[in-house]
Design a protein around this ligand. Structure first.
Ligand SMILES: Cc1ncc(COP(=O)(O)O)c(C=O)c1O
Length: 467
């Protein structure tokens, strides 16, 4: 276990800030707020919008459409209260939220632990933390992430917080390119998604997302693991990798890999697949980046690279979403020798405080381990989807994902069919979201820190109603 775990996370009691935090009035105020939230949230049950709120809600959606310049993907505006995975929308409807802002709301809605952490953050002296001026919580968050990342055998040693997954990935790419200079090309997988910055739009394998944008990075793509032919697809990927290494000798600065393909459709990798690719890359001195912005917290281990036992290959790893604040972790070998990394904001005080709370909650909900909550919930959800598929073979098919990244293909997997299914689910009160290209699929990211089998059964019942 990492030595950081023994370190204190508290400041000296003699400090005024400790006295403020320990002031009985603060505890009393927290209790009053928790009681009020609990009372008002207690009646929330999945149900449709009452008629009397429909017009005012339509007005909100019109205003959103006007300011954004395009209608939202679906008529979602939260009212600002929820109960676990349930959320009240501003039209008074209540939904079972199994997408959570694409994996962000890992403790659901109106969670009292997150509320308490937010109140602690609100009592701090500043709203934002940055490289120049930061608080001890930033240190604790980085130490905790590194402690988790080195539970097994990875060499990840340093950490930089940041405000988005795309920015964590930008930092990762800079670290890799700096280490491998003058190499300038990247190897990624077909269907990859890396975020929305200019460099990430080049790596992301979606032509529509880089319309009119210059290609700022040269990227070559490998086929990803094919579940229907794991051995054949692995051989093909290795063969293509060697072709690339011969075509551009000494030019590769990074392998970019999501251990589980996310936006691409929730297709799992495996130890064998990645090890077969990472070893030759290691032999050629090409840094390996695991993008875990979506997969962190969702498998039997905190990181999916640990789940696939790829620790030895993890040179640089990025996380985001569920952690509330994003981060780039990197090994000593990758440590930049020049001042290429810095940011005004590393995160808001609230996102760092709630990020720490989230890490604690993932642990206390016993998410990890081969018999942990993630594995049990995943198995329960996937078995439920398989049973639905047997009852409605023309409506639902697998494969059904990995860990708490659960997915199915509705109908023929065309974009139109899938979107229609997603909207029917929305109408009956279940939130899931599209992913993948062909087929287009519907994914679920249940909140790992609070999901129970009862929540999953409720989702399955709503899904059957929707189809
Ligand atoms: C694998 C992966 N990388 C990067 C990102 C980008 O994160 P953000 O939207 O916070 O910039 C995402 C977002 O969906 C993602 O799934």
């Amino acid at each position: 276990m990492n030595q950081n775990n023994d370190r204190t996370t508290k400041l000296d009691d003699a400090l005024q800030s400790s006295k403020l935090r320990n002031d009985p009035r603060v505890a009393q105020a927290k209790q009053l707020l928790a009681d009020a939230v609990t009372e008002h949230a207690s009646s929330l049950q999945v149900g449709p919008a009452p008629d009397n709120l429909k017009d005012s809600f339509a007005d909100w959606i019109d205003r959103l459409t006007a300011v954004r310049g395009a209608p939202p993907i679906w008529p979602y505006l939260s009212s600002g209260i929820g109960r676990g995975p349930y959320v009240e929308l501003a039209d008074g409807s209540v939904k079972l939220d199994f997408i959570g802002g694409i994996g962000v709301h890992g403790a659901g809605h109106s969670d009292l632990g997150m509320l308490n952490a937010s109140i602690d953050a609100a009592l701090e002296d500043t709203i934002m933390q940055g490289n120049l001026q930061q608080n001890p919580a930033s240190v604790v968050m980085m130490e905790k992430l590194l402690a988790l990342a080195t539970e097994s055998e990875s060499a990840l040693k340093h950490c930089l917080l940041t405000t988005s997954g795309a920015m964590a990935n930008e930092n990762a790419l800079k670290i890799a390119m700096h280490a491998a200079a003058p190499a300038d090309r990247v190897i990624a997988f077909r269907n990859a998604f890396a975020g929305r910055s200019l460099a990430m739009a080049a790596i992301t394998d979606r032509p529509a997302y880089r319309q009119g944008l210059p290609l700022s990075v040269a990227v070559d793509y490998l086929p990803f693991r094919d579940l229907t032919d794991p051995e054949g697809s692995q051989k093909l990927a290795v063969k293509e990798l060697h072709q690339l290494l011969q075509r551009h000798p000494g030019r590769y600065a990074a392998l970019w890999a999501e251990p589980i393909a996310g936006e691409g459709g929730y297709y799992p990798g495996s130890h064998e697949f990645f090890a077969a690719l990472c070893q030759p890359l290691r032999d050629h001195g090409v840094p390996i980046i695991f993008d875990e912005v979506q997969s962190f917290s969702r498998t039997t281990r905190p990181f999916a690279f640990q789940h696939y036992e790829l620790d030895q290959f993890a040179d640089i790893v990025t996380i985001g979403k569920v952690t509330q604040v994003c981060a780039t972790l990197y090994s000593e070998k990758m440590k930049p020798t020049g001042p290429i990394l810095s940011q005004t904001f590393t995160g808001s005080t609230g996102s760092i405080a709630t990020g720490i709370e989230m890490l604690n909650r993932l642990e206390s909900h016993q998410c990890f381990g081969t018999d942990g909550a993630n594995a049990a919930n995943s198995q329960h959800f996937q078995a439920g989807l398989a049973a639905l598929s047997e009852r409605h073979p023309d409506k639902i098919s697998g494969p059904f994902g990995e860990g708490m990244m659960v997915v199915f293909t509705p109908g023929d997997g065309s974009f139109d069919d899938t979107k229609a299914c997603m909207m029917r689910m929305f109408d009956v009160g279940l939130l899931g979201f599209v992913c993948g290209g062909s087929p287009t699929r519907i994914r679920f990211l249940p909140p790992p820190a609070i999901t129970t089998k009862e929540h999953i059964d409720h989702a399955l019942a709503l899904l059957e109603q929707a189809i």
